[in-house]
Design a protein around this ligand. Structure first.
Ligand code: NAD
Length: 478
């Protein structure tokens, strides 16, 4: 018996949750259920996070959370409950299987059967944003080695346990050599530990194009948060319908399972909604808590129901479907099919007692970190980089001098192009004049000189070598 937390959500949420629970309980799922209220009512009662603190206690105690979609009220000030839940509970891995149900659900990609594993906590989603000058705002992209190792290992373990043959990594490391580069490097390192699973890397732009065009060449895809967010919606849509896909959010302690779609308020309370997305989330939950046989039974009965042509309005198609049904009737049809298997769609068979082996991140020994330069970011309204260079040179000392100025990453001094458009946001790189290293105290001298010269420094970045390897990028064109 596993104790889980359930939230019925808003809009079509309560109907699809009732249908889902009926099906899995009829299949023999051994669950004790604590129900909590989240979403619209909680938001509108004045709680901007959409969830009461007692509900957090229940979620944290039970560790497994099945959540129906919720409505985030219009207007500012309401925080997304999904984002908060993922971050608070450390749900680092978002898993979305996207499989075509051809020829029973219309799709341009009859052979598609992929799983997108998206890093869920890092990247541009840390939400660390600052306006720095009149013209420029910044969003920090944070990528960590523990974050990369956890998600990449999750992808390989998932592939191993679910009998997948290949893991493909998508990054943009030809441009972002440090951040995406780290993700790719960790992928290569961990891939070596799984020689039985093929691994490959694609640059995300062409990879995404290929996925939209020929998804059947991919199996498991692992990628960073932003790319994964976009790709997983595309994948679900081209597989057939967003109403059919479920999603798992997995952390070291807790996990949350849901449908990928929203609360579809216009369809609520009419017995219309397709419960398949949430049911697919529940199947992942049953696998997660080790009730593998029940998961298998539910999945095969669901596939058989789709194959029987018993369809809700969203996937109903004259000539393909046999019977248009409501939420409740669909659930009854799946229950009637429990114990039966599909004959044309691929029957599932989940490995028994298969647990993903996910050791906690072990801290690595500290590297030798050497300060080898400093970037000063400057707010300056002029347009001629040579003029700025003359001004900035004056704040250098005998130990460090100006080596480069960039504007939005592109080198504009020395030897810039007149054609390069310059904003009011300049990065001035200082390097040691003698030797390789800079003392930290020299940064203060530099800043103090800048203050005296009335130069508006808006931030600094230290340039480090780690074990002799540059931990910063060159200027574009440098
Ligand atoms: P939506 O996913 O609710 O609906 C998009 C379209 O898909 C609609 O035409 C809808 O009728 C249809 N649809 C979705 N699920 C369906 C189902 N199970 N069966 C049949 N048809 C289905 O997206 P939206 O309209 O942009 O958002 C509505 C609300 O949902 C918003 O308040 C949004 O914030 C919220 N939302 C919540 C979640 C979540 O809780 N995980 C995710 C996305 C959106």
């Amino acid at each position: 018996m596993t104790r889980i937390t359930v939230a019925k959500g808003d809009g079509i949420g309560p109907e699809i949750m009732d249908a889902t629970l009926k099906i899995i309980i009829a299949a023999g799922a051994e669950l004790e259920i604590d129900e909590i209220e989240v979403g619209e009512k909680v938001y509108l009662s004045g709680n901007t996070s959409g969830i009461a603190s007692e509900s957090w206690d229940i979620i944290r105690r039970n560790k497994v959370f099945l959540k129906a979609p919720i409505t985030t009220p219009q207007g500012g000030g309401y925080k997304s409950l999904n984002v908060t839940t993922r971050k608070f509970l450390g749900l680092y891995s978002n898993v979305r299987p996207c499989m075509s149900l051809h020829p029973f659900v219309e799709t341009k990609h009859p052979k598609m059967d992929i799983v997108i594993i998206r890093e869920n906590e890092e990247d541009l989603y840390a939400g660390i944003e600052h306006q720095q000058t009149d013209e420029v705002v910044q969003c920090l992209k944070l990528i960590s080695r523990p974050g990369c190792e956890k998600i990449v290992r999750y992808a390989f373990e998932y592939a191993k346990v679910y009998g997948r043959k290949k893991v493909t990594c998508f990054t943009k490391d030809n441009i972002m050599k440090q951040t995406d580069g780290l993700f790719h490097q960790v992928f290569d390192e961990i891939g070596l530990e799984y020689p039985e699973i093929e691994n490959e890397h694609w640059i995300v732009d062409i990879g995404a194009a290929k996925m939209a065009d020929t998804p059947e060449i991919f199996d498991v895809i692992v990628t960073l948060n932003l790319y994964g967010d976009i790709l997983s919606d595309i994948a679900a849509q081209i597989a057939g319908s967003v109403g059919l896909a479920g999603s798992a959010n997995i952390g070291e302690e807790c996990a949350m399972f849901e449908a990928i779609h929203g609360s579809a308020p216009r369809r609520a309370d009419q017995n219309l909604a397709n419960p398949s997305g949430l049911l697919e989330g529940a199947v992942m939950m049953l696998n997660h808590i080790g009730q593998t046989e029940i998961a298998e039974k539910v999945q095969n009965a669901w596939l058989k129901t789709i194959e029987d042509g018993i369809h809700t309005y969203d996937i109903y198609k004259e000539g393909i479907s046999k019977e248009k049904v409501g939420t409740k009737e669909f659930a009854q049809a799946v229950i009637a099919n429990l114990g039966k298997n599909p004959s044309q769609l691929k029957q599932v068979s989940y490995a028994k007692d298969a647990v993903l082996n996910l050791p906690k991140y072990a801290k690595k020994p500290a590297k030798n970190k050497e300060l080898v330069g400093i970037d000063l970011f400057i707010h300056w309204n002029g347009t001629d980089p040579n003029e700025l260079a003359e001004k900035i040179k004056t704040i250098g000392t005998e130990n460090k001098h100006l080596t480069m100025i960039t504007n939005r990453g592109i080198k504009v001094w020395p030897d810039g192009f007149n054609e390069t458009y310059c904003t009011d946001h300049w990065r001035c790189r200082f390097k040691p004049t003698h030797g390789k290293l800079i003392e930290k105290s020299q940064i203060i001298t530099l800043l103090s000189n800048a203050l005296d010269a009335k130069i508006d420094v808006i931030k600094t970045e230290n340039l480090y070598d780690f074990d002799g390897k540059a931990g910063y990028s060159l200027g574009q064109g440098q």
